[in-house]
Design a protein around this ligand. Structure first.
Ligand SMILES: Cc1cc2nc3c(=O)[nH]c(=O)nc-3n(C[C@H](O)[C@H](O)[C@H](O)COP(=O)(O)OP(=O)(O)OC[C@H]3O[C@@H](n4cnc5c(N)ncnc54)[C@H](O)[C@@H]3O)c2cc1C
Ligand code: SF4
Length: 450
């Protein structure tokens, strides 16, 4: 019996454990297995295999019961995730529904989650801009929040390392506030966008409109074909999962790469409850896992434990990890664990119509858009708020078809829509300053943001 338990413990022991299989967990798995470490990847959600588990990826609009729209009933049941542009009839399978894992919002907080192998790497918008020293130096310059322990030069080689493997498209724009990277060819502009770009350049020295850097393979290199990924086909239905591997996800890239080493064990439906702390060794030695199906608790052990469960769940796992040494949660002697939550602010949007360039239109689609890097408070504090914001921007010709007729007339007007002017739109995103009063805690998964 004693031998049996030693064997069982040996079987449950790995060189490394990675908690979560989203963007960061996939990378951790790739790196650790690449160094020859037997790695256990624990994922709370179901398995999602690349290509075979993208059920809507080849569906045409008319094949959806509601033509891709969310029925009112689904919206009513999911008021939080329905605010997310990427949640629609073709993607519902990847979003955590509001009532599946409810949480208490002391102040409103929209928590968009993807609990599955691949995490949010399946659902993300693939924008991949580098940070610059203006971002890293922010806290040191204005005194709010803790100074970053690294600067751009420390991270630059790692940005390059990741970009080359993931495949990032972009243009080398030479802007100090948004450093260039290892880019595949950039996406194309349309004439209304270049008009706006040139107009901005002629009016402002410090404002730039560039093509967003995005995790799309616009032209595959050998490293991408070795991953089994192909050139992006510009279908712009990425968040359904891409059978071409045209955009970067854990499912298309890092996880299959790690699996190829033969060193990775991927365990789906494994909810990590907490980290095991060994009082005698003074170290974390493993994790407690609840099987999502049977609710049975199992333990796994490793010398290296990477917690990659996304920002809030990583905090919640650590908050759940109490021991005699850490009655207030693992490593939480300071009491700040779960506090200083700082998500990026993604609120303001503007749109307008432009009636120039009426002789031109666009053809095809583009899974990316131009981008206006931060220009506020870059070289000096010039506003009443700290730090800055960036903006996405795009322009497209508006087409309207008369849907009033019937039969052949209706068909003709649908096939030949009337073109009106250009619709231009922009949305802002900004940094939020970490505050102690913004917190998450695990009792009933409560969230509070001031
Ligand atoms: C609609 C949308 C658009 C976005 N667009 C962009 C963008 O353009 N650019 C950008 O940089 N970022 C974007 N993001 C954010 C980006 O997706 C996340 O920052 C990124 O996925 C975080 O990676 P992660 O590995 O930390 O977490 P995730 O990718 O969320 O992965 C975490 C994983 O951990 C698992 N997990 C959680 N708890 C446990 C547990 N207890 N036990 C086991 N497993 C657990 C989850 O199921 C999940 O699979 C977007 C996000 C959304 C929702
Ligand atoms: S736009 Fe590119 S990445 Fe997105 S689904 Fe189409 S081929 Fe895939």
């Amino acid at each position: 019996m004693a031998n049996f338990s030693i064997d069982a413990k040996k079987e449950a022991t790995y060189d490394a454990i990675v908690i979560g299989s989203g963007i960061s967990g996939g990378w951790a798995a790739k790196e650790l297995t690449g160094k020859g470490l037997r790695t256990l990847v624990l994922e709370r959600g179901r398995d999602v295999r690349h290509v075979t588990d993208y059920p809507t990826t080849m569906m045409n609009p008319w094949e959806f019961e509601h033509r891709g729209q969310l029925p009112l009933e689904v919206r009513r049941q999911n008021p939080i995730i329905s605010k997310c542009y990427a949640f629609y009839e073709g993607t519902t399978q990847f979003f955590v529904k509001d009532n599946e894992h409810p949480y208490v919002q002391e102040k409103p907080f929209d928590w968009i989650r993807g609990y599955q192998v691949g995490g949010k790497s399946l659902m993300w918008a693939r924008q991949t801009q580098r940070w610059s020293d203006f971002d890293f130096e922010g806290p040191a310059r204005d005194g709010f929040a803790v100074d970053w322990p690294v600067r751009y030069k420390d991270l630059a080689p790692w940005y390059s390392y990741v970009e080359k493997f993931a495949g990032i498209s972009g243009n080398k724009d030479g802007l100090p506030e948004l450093p260039d990277g290892e880019f595949l060819p950039p996406h194309e502009w349309n004439c209304a966008e270049t008009y706006f770009r040139d107009k901005v350049a002629s009016m402002y020295k410090d404002r730039h409109v560039i093509m967003g850097r995005a995790a799309h393979i616009t032209q595959p290199n050998a490293i991408h074909t070795q991953q089994g990924r192909a050139q992006c086909q510009h279908r712009t239905i990425c968040e359904r999962g891409c059978p071409f591997g045209g955009y970067f996800s854990s499912n298309s890239s890092t996880l299959p790469w790690a699996a190829k080493t033969g060193k990775m064990t991927l365990r789906a439906n494994s909810v990590v409850h907490s980290i095991i702390y060994d009082e005698a060794k003074g170290k974390a030695t493993g994790v407690r896992v609840i099987d999502a199906g049977t609710k049975e608790m199992t333990e796994f052990y490793a010398k290296i434990i990477f917690v990659n469960a996304a920002a809030l769940n990583t905090n919640l796992i650590l908050l759940n990890s109490t021991s005699r040494r850490f009655p207030n949660s693992l490593g939480n002697d300071s009491g700040v664990l779960g506090r200083y939550v700082a998500f990026h602010n993604y609120r303001a949007g503007v749109s307008a119509e432009y009636d120039g360039h009426l002789e031109s239109t666009t053809e095809g689609r583009r899974p990316n858009s131009p981008y206006i890097p931060r220009f506020r408070n870059v070289y000096k504090q010039e506003t009443g708020f700290l730090r800055g914001y960036a903006a996405g921007f795009n322009a497209g010709r508006i087409s309207r078809s008369d849907q009033s007729g019937l039969g052949a007339d209706l068909k003709q007007s649908l096939i030949n829509p009337r073109m009106s002017g250009w619709r231009v739109g922009s949305h802002m995103m900004g940094e939020t300053i970490p505050k102690q009063s913004n917190y998450v805690h695990s009792e009933g998964q409560q969230l509070c943001c001031a």
